[in-house]
Design a protein around this ligand. Structure first.
Ligand SMILES: [Cu+2]
Length: 250
């Protein structure tokens, strides 16, 4: 298992007020990082001057600490007035992982709340992922209306595999797998169980293919029939495995 590290793009506003962010490309905003901020500290994670214009951003995060405040500056109105907003969960991913989208983002900021210490630790499964373009689901089944809110969400990361590993849903419910890592290492969500490292014959029920490789990307599948559905990642057979248990509606 290769531990792929995303490009960490952090500009300390205080005290390094003019240090530019470097190392990322238009269209890719990747964060997988630890932060340690004292009260009043603020980190700018995206600087629009690197892009040249306001951009779309889709945020996915899991921050256990209420000491950390995520904010965006968004330009609105005909005169592009910049307003600062606290980022809060829009509920799209059922609250299992927080999610938000913004259209005209100038910068994304993480601050330590007043009088608090903001400590983000990826090894504690805390993360903030910012995709600077809309990450559409990589697979949408025919005849299924998009994105019912309340789907069961499984996140996966290069460092912590599928979380939670095993989920239980009712027939007809959707499971959404969210790439919540900055590693940009391809993964798949492929149906089928494995015997040790032999997962051959999988992919009959569902298969994302190796297309899930950007933060915020999703793969989703509606489980219509009751049953037990083991699945795995085609590239990380030994470590990335999980099971979806689908219960009858009765
Ligand atoms: Cu994988």
């Amino acid at each position: 298992m290769v531990l792929g590290l995303g490009i960490v793009l952090v500009m300390l506003v205080r005290p390094l007020a003019v240090q530019a962010t470097v190392g990322w490309e238009i269209g890719d905003m990747v964060l997988d990082f630890g932060l340690d901020l004292e009260s009043g500290d603020e980190v700018v994670l995206v600087d629009k001057h690197e892009v040249g214009e306001p951009f779309f951003a889709e945020l996915t995060w899991n921050l256990n600490s209420e000491n950390c405040v995520v904010q965006i500056q968004e330009s609105t109105g005909p005169d592009d007035t910049v307003t600062t907003k606290n980022v809060s969960d829009d509920g799209l991913l059922g609250g299992v992982v927080s999610h938000a989208r913004f259209q005209q983002v100038e910068v994304v900021m993480v601050k330590a709340a007043e009088g608090k210490h903001c400590d983000i630790d990826p090894s504690q499964d805390e993360f903030l992922v910012i995709a600077r373009e809309s990450r559409a689901p990589v697979s949408v089944e025919e005849g299924v209306s998009p994105a019912p809110i309340g789907a069961v969400v499984v996140t996966f990361r290069a460092t912590t595999f599928f979380m939670p590993k095993d989920v239980t849903v009712k027939a007809g419910e959707k499971v959404v797998w969210v790439y919540a890592d900055g590693a940009q290492e391809p993964h798949s969500v492929t149906s089928g169980g494995c015997r040790v490292n032999d997962c051959s014959g999988g992919g009959k029920e569902f298969n994302s293919g190796l297309t899930v490789n950007k933060p915020g990307q999703r793969f989703e599948h509606v489980f219509k029939q009751p049953g037990i559905f083991p699945y795995h990642c085609d590239l990380h057979l030994g470590s990335m495995q999980g099971t979806v248990v689908v219960q009858d509606l009765q």
